[in-house]
Design a protein around this ligand. Sequence first.
Ligand SMILES: [Zn+2]
Ligand SMILES: [Zn+2]
Ligand SMILES: [Zn+2]
Length: 360
Amino acid sequence: MLTEDQDPARTGESSDTPPQSAPPASGRRYVPPGRPSGPPQLDFPPVRNGIDYLASVVEHLDENESDVGPRDLKYAVLHLQAAVEVLLKARLLREHWSLIFKDPGRATRKNFESGDFESCGTDAAVERLRDIAGITIDRKEVEALKDLTKDRNALQHYGLTHNAGAVEARAGRVLDFLMRFLDTELLPLLQGPERERAMQDMIPVDAGVKNISSYVTRRLNRLRGELAGLESQTIMCPTCEQMTLVVAPQSGDCRFCTASWDSAELLVFDYLVCSDGQLARAYPCPQCDTTTFVEGVNFVDGPRLSDTLYCFGCAARHEARDLANCSGCSRPWPIEADVDGSDTTLCPDCWNQVSPEDVA
Ligand SMILES: [Zn+2]
Ligand SMILES: [Zn+2]
Ligand SMILES: [Zn+2]
């Protein structure tokens, strides 16, 4: 699974004992990536290495693949700890290379370049990220990281002796933190091929985390606050199928899986493709006339299984009971806006085609 430039010797990993099914890390020696004399922030294999550990975590915890057994949980926790260390240090490295030394005061460029130094542990990395890089890591996240270290140590020495459910829930908390950390603090800093490669590597991770219930529960809990007040704009995401897609005119932005769309047409296409074989359709919108008016869109604040029609273009929202089909072209049209006063509903286009004699 590892490619040659994900050489584990370059990870900067400081676990005492490497995860067993992972490539062995080189103890506490950190070997800087890339050209020995080049600025380290231009070359960034640790990010990919960290994502590779994360991919392994997700594989082990993916409930769609198989039930999560004790062995899966063990390797998930070991590799999650490795991913945490590698990715936190990858971010520190962007700040300054000396910060990944156990003692930055004694860091030398020469030792950094030769990899001859002891690197800092997770606790110190978190502290430096907060104090020096100004990254927000809240108290609960710090606790989750500390708990993971404890679980990791216990698993490494004694195997799984604790309640597996609790260990899995704690792993879910750290996974939630790490996904957010990658999205907001690390991936946006990458550029060019490095970024493309990381995005590529994240595809299986993004796909797998959706099937991890401890992660999903944790993340949805956290999102509850973030989505409060946005209920009238929140619908099901076609990518992750959570009710976490916040829509606005011409765009949509999923807070759960971070999928986003900046065109109403693309969003409508994905939405219809993923609407589970139900025969939802898009019609010309009564307000903006674009064919982005979709039936059967369920909002968080709407009644369950409501027949809401929503325009992804101009954000017009109508309940099915307030609409009738135009007798001419059958597009949905608001009953109250119907102009002829009869039982028959005609949209303005069809109304204009009616010859004056017909009306008379
Ligand atoms: Zn989503
Ligand atoms: Zn519209
Ligand atoms: Zn019509």
